[in-house]
Design a protein around this ligand. Structure first.
Ligand code: ZN
Length: 123
């Protein structure tokens, strides 16, 4: 056919399939201090130091709770049907409490802020 006469663009709108759960296992070395006998566990920057849910899953659950109007049973069903994640209502509630704990200090800082109203001067 030879060289094309021209190139035409075609834009398609689509949505990727829902993400499935990704499980990562970290190897965290544990050391024992030869002086005091205290145990020290190594850290990994992507591994949460508390519990077993990653930051993206915590954030996802929080956003789902907001978008599904706060009904935890709907969050549970959505996670199961769309993402193959089966969590108990307590597990989801614990995740939400954890996000609340993480954000508490920033929330308190925001509450302390004084706001200066913007005055719109468009004529
Ligand atoms: Zn020591």
């Amino acid at each position: 056919m030879g060289s094309p006469i021209r190139t035409e663009k075609k834009t398609i709108f689509d949505i990727p399939p829902p993400q499935k759960i990704k499980v990562t296992e970290y190897d965290l070395d544990v050391y024992r201090c030869s002086n005091c006998g205290m145990y020290v566990k190594s850290k990994h920057r992507d591994c949460p130091q508390e519990r077993d849910m990653g930051i993206y899953l915590l954030n996802y659950i929080k956003m789902l709770k907001y978008n599904l109007l706060g009904v935890i049973k709907k969050v549970q069903e959505f996670l199961s049907v769309n993402n193959d994640i089966d969590l108990s209502v307590k597990g989801i509630n614990d995740a939400l409490l954890r996000v609340g704990d993480i954000c508490k200090s920033e929330y308190m800082n925001i509450r302390k802020m004084t706001w200066t109203p913007l005055i719109c001067t468009i004529f």
